[in-house]
Design a protein around this ligand. Structure first.
Ligand code: C2O
Ligand code: CU
Ligand code: CU
Length: 514
């Protein structure tokens, strides 16, 4: 058992552009393997990092300022985690190590969005020469918020992100300057991820039959749940803070774990923003629910806590998932022991941003979240009963507003994420999943409820709870093209809970492939 609160929280460093290109900042990021100390008592752990560091360096960009990033792959030829060649698109005819970078929450044309099959690799492989890099352009035409970038290669995303390929990307917005929120160095990201380790310090990830042995316990790797929690790349770290307000941009970057965060001294988080930007007003949140890929922009006010130790804890509601080695417990510690370097003049304004409500729409789509055995007899989660390789079925028109009605008849919460668009949660409603499975009738078992107060802003990932109908509304655009939507539990995403969707542009007719 590793000791808690012995390593200081790392402040992830900022990446700077190396030059300008077409009057825009140009960055270069190389994926490399490296060894990193993740805990005082662990030998250095092999990780894959953007620019050879885990987590990757943090981008700080300005709203409306286009940037270019050259993503390069200098990873080894072989994966160090157990791969499974039976997953979609991941057979023996594709390189084992393949990468593609997605800016999660970025409003990005499809050519720079990191389509799962647009992967590149580390050069020449057994089956042919491949590109080793990709130049992506991010327009950043969206309100200030906290995004993250991570790997998205088909069939292998869960392993690449687990290996360390994730980092933060913050869009700064001039509209925020007048709000007088806490600023750097009192404004920092907290990237939360769970991991398990072998005694030699290496990352543990369960292996799977590969290829599966016929008639012998066919199984996919279930949702990965680790026995330790890392923040910014250290196991259970501590942070020395001043008695003042801090702004933390919290990201759940875990493969599958859903956290319910609280502070040990009973203090509430003051949530000011969600996935896609500021909320209308600050919300007091005693317990902060975050599913994989969700972000919360929060203020923690330590001003009355001098000499206190405040632990941020994970306290989910039972029942815990079977086999979870660390269902509840600490995440990190704040030690309010630093003297004030200067008076805290920040404020938390009562009004933060205007969020126009989307009301009228052109189309509703009912989409099922269900389970089905795959060709190996393994139970897998699906979106609307289709697998990744099925032809495109969600084909909205550019500029149209749609409601997607997510009907979850499975027994799991699925954080559903759409690329490109920002959405609003309309409501949730419980229904009888057994009747639905029998004859497809939707019989509600309770009233429609509005989203939580801290979900009433722009989102890109929504928790679709089991046996509930979750409705979201969004306008498709501003770019036409091919994107994806998927569950952000990475094991679900890799095992078929991901689908392409196509936005038809003006004067563009999408031909459904045979
Ligand atoms: Cu965070 Cu499709 O991804
Ligand atoms: Cu995304
Ligand atoms: Cu899922």
């Amino acid at each position: 058992m590793l000791e808690k609160f012995v390593d200081e929280l790392p402040i992830i460093d900022e990446i700077l552009p190396i030059r300008s290109y077409h009057q825009a900042p140009f960055y270069e990021v190389t994926m490399r393997e490296t060894y990193q100390k993740l805990h005082r008592d662990l030998p250095p752990t092999k990780v894959w990092g953007y620019n050879g560091q885990y987590p990757g360096p943090t981008f700080h960009v300005q709203r409306n300022q286009t940037v270019h990033v050259l993503w390069k792959n200098e990873l080894p030829k072989k994966h160090f985690l157990p791969i499974d060649t039976t997953v979609h698109g991941a057979g023996n005819d594709v390189p084992e190590v393949r990468t593609v970078v997605h800016l999660h929450g970025g409003i990005t044309p499809d050519t720079s969005d990191g389509y799962p099959e647009a992967w590149f690799t580390n050069g020449f492989q057994e089956v042919g020469p491949y590109f080793t890099h990709q130049l992506y352009t991010y327009p950043n035409r969206q309100q200030g918020t906290t995004l993250w970038y991570h790997d998205h290669a088909v069939g292998i995303t869960r392993l690449n992100i687990y290996a360390g390929l994730a980092g933060m990307y913050i869009i700064h917005d001039p509209a925020e300057t007048y709000l007088n929120l806490p600023k750097a160095p009192y404004d920092l990201p907290l990237l939360i991820q769970d991991r398990s380790f072998n005694p030699d310090g290496s990352l543990y990830y369960p292996s799977q039959p590969n290829p599966p042995v016929p008639n012998v316990n066919p199984s996919v790797v279930p949702e990965f749940l680790g026995d330790t929690v890392l923040v910014n790349g250290k196991v259970w770290p501590f942070m020395n803070v001043e008695p003042r307000r801090y702004r933390f941009r919290i990201l759940n970057g875990s493969n599958a774990r859903i956290y319910r965060l609280s502070l040990s001294n009973g203090l509430s988080f003051i949530q000011i923003g969600t996935d896609q930007g500021l909320l209308e007003q600050p919300i007091l949140v005693p317990e902060l629910l975050l599913a994989p890929a969700e972000r919360a922009d929060v203020i923690i006010d330590f001003s009355n806590g001098f000499q206190q130790s405040i632990v941020m804890e994970n306290n989910p509601e039972p029942p815990f998932p079977p086999g979870d080695p660390n269902p509840e417990g600490p995440v990190m510690e704040f030690r309010v022991n630093k003297p004030l370097t200067c008076p805290d003049t920040s404020s938390i304004p009562a009004h933060l941003a205007a969020i126009p409500k989307l009301l009228t729409y052109q189309k509703n789509r009912n989409l099922l979240l269900n389970m089905r055995p795959d060709p190996y007899g393994r139970e897998i989660h699906l979106l609307d009963n289709r697998v990744w390789a099925d032809s495109v079925s969600e084909i909205p028109s550019l500029g149209n507003t749609e409601i997607w009605t997510l009907i979850n008849i499975s027994n799991a919460t699925h954080p559903i994420h759409l690329h490109l668009v920002q959405f609003q949660i309309v409501d949730r409603q419980p229904f009888d999943a057994d009747i639905y499975k029998k004859d497809g009738r939707i019989v509600p078992t309770g009233p429609r409820t509005l989203p939580d107060l801290n979900e009433r802003g722009w989102k890109d990932t929504v928790r679709a709870n089991p046996h509930e109908i979750t409705r979201i509304i969004m306008t498709f655009g501003p770019y036409p093209g091919l994107f994806v939507w998927h569950c952000h539990i990475l094991e679900h995403e890799d095992y078929e809970m991901m689908r392409p969707y196509y936005i038809v542009g003006h004067g563009d007719r999408y031909i459904v492939p045979l």
